[in-house]
Write a protein that binds this ligand. Structure first.
Ligand SMILES: [Fe+2]
Ligand SMILES: [Fe+2]
Length: 444
């Protein structure tokens, strides 16, 4: 703060001499001739009071004590009331001890000087008094600057605080809006993937919940293998969409088993992983999933398609999806009591050939959890019952597709109820209630 370093160079200090004897006044004026003072003379206390009114910046008063009318000490007391900052000195004879006491006590006099004075001593005293006045003034001026700057700082601070608060609120609001937008985007994104996945299954009704089952098994396996959340997410998306490339395959080929296909048909069928990747490649968020889609028919021994990648060169997500894909398809085709166990046995036989041996320990539990509902044994011991939506429970197996009032398929037959889909069903049943209850398989 520059102003604080400025010392007021200003005008000469004003000094008022008061004495009823003109020769004394002249002597005093002469004494100060060589100094840089502005000298004002007054012949009486009354005249001096008049001077005070016209000189608000008076630095020093030197007043004689003995004057007709008002005495010096009385005058100094009056002057103190009018201008408390002005330094006051009393000129007095030896006998005036009471006057001196009054001048000091009531008039706040800085010094007293006895007549006759010694010039040098008086000059010294005047010089000291002027210095004192200047110092006090300078101090006041600096204090005032500091006070003003403090006030300014306080004002800035409160403004800054207010500004920061406003900004914080604005940023918080924007963040909330962004979070909401992001949530909506993610929700839309997930809905789109599920919609795509349902489209694939529309093509081939035999497969039922194939994509969903593969996705559920693959996701659970990836989580058990402690893959990163990004990898798990990519694996879920890829598993849901792994057969999206089958959309371009003619119906006749799609309905055949692989070993029933002609060479040409096999060739057509074997295009589906690459076509699947190409189908999702235009969506940037799907690119990583696209790579897994491309490789979901690679074999651990390098004999798969389309790129004949061996072992560790196949992305781990694609290795997981390959096992889950095989298991869900085989269990469905076997349609036997112990289909899951038979299929897991087949997988074990093929470890190191078709499948990655390191993945197997992590996939067993998810397979049993997800596919428990589709074996014949469980179906055989069950009967179909219609339940109100408020009575459905976790673990129940849907005997029929659940449709909304307007005919939208909400959950497909064969789905095992879990807390998440039960919650979604209840919500839907409020918005668009079905005309029927929910058909589930319960034990006989
Ligand atoms: Fe496939
Ligand atoms: Fe598949």
């Amino acid at each position: 703060m520059e102003a604080a370093h400025e010392i007021k160079s200003g005008t000469p200090v004003e000094i008022l001499f008061v004495d009823d004897e003109k020769n004394v006044l002249q002597a005093l004026k002469r004494l100060c001739m060589d100094e840089d003072y502005e000298i004002i003379l007054a012949n009486s206390a009354e005249e001096a009071l008049e001077v005070l009114r016209n000189h608000p910046n008076l630095g020093l008063i030197v007043s004689d004590q003995r004057m007709p009318g008002m005495t010096g000490s009385e005058f100094l007391a009056r002057a103190k009331d009018i201008m408390p900052d002005t330094v006051r000195i009393l000129l007095t004879g030896y006998a005036d001890i009471n006057a001196v006491a009054d001048a000091i006590n009531k008039g706040g006099a800085y010094r007293y000087i006895t007549k006759p004075w010694k010039d040098e001593e008086l000059l010294q005293i005047i010089g000291d008094a002027v210095k004192r006045y200047s110092l006090v003034q300078e101090n006041k001026r600096l204090q005032e600057i500091i006070r003003k700057q403090n006030e300014e700082l306080k004002r800035w601070n409160s403004q800054l605080e207010f500004f920061v608060q406003e900004q914080t609120i604005e940023i918080q609001n924007k963040n909330k809006a962004l979070e909401k937008l992001n949530e909506d985007l993610i929700k839309n994104f997930k809905n789109s993937i599920h919609a795509f996945s349902s489209l694939i299954e529309l093509r081939d009704r035999r497969t039922g919940n194939h994509s969903k089952n593969v996705a559920e098994i693959s996701t659970k396996t990836a989580l058990a293998m402690k893959l990163s959340s990004e990898e798990v997410e990519t694996i879920t998306v890829a598993a849901l969409l792994h057969d999206i490339g089958k959309i371009g395959i003619p119906d006749v080929v799609l309905l055949m088993e692989f070993d029933q296909m002609s060479a040409e048909e096999r060739n057509e069928y074997m295009q589906h992983p690459v076509r699947g990747q190409a189908a999702v490649d235009s969506v940037e968020d799907f690119r990583d999933a696209g790579i897994l889609i491309r490789h979901h028919h690679e074999c651990y021994n390098g004999m798969g398609f389309p790129d004949k990648l061996p072992g560790g060169r196949i992305p781990v997500g694609a290795r997981i999806i390959a096992v889950a894909d095989f298991i869900d398809k085989t269990v469905r085709n076997l349609d036997k009591d112990n289909a899951v166990e038979i299929t897991l046995g087949k997988v074990r036989d093929d470890l190191g050939k078709m499948f990655d041996p390191q993945i197997y320990p992590f996939i067993e539990v998810p397979v049993r959890e997800v596919l428990a509902g589709i074996t014949r044994k469980s179906k055989a011991n069950m009967i179909e019952t219609e339940l109100n939506v408020s009575n459905i429970q976790v673990g129940m197996l849907l005997a029929r597709d659940v449709k909304s009032g307007t005919g939208l398929i909400l959950l497909s037959k064969g789905t095992v109820l879990n807390p998440k889909n039960i919650q979604a069903l209840k919500r839907y049943y409020q918005l668009d209630p079905s005309k029927t209850g929910i058909f589930v398989l319960v034990k006989r």
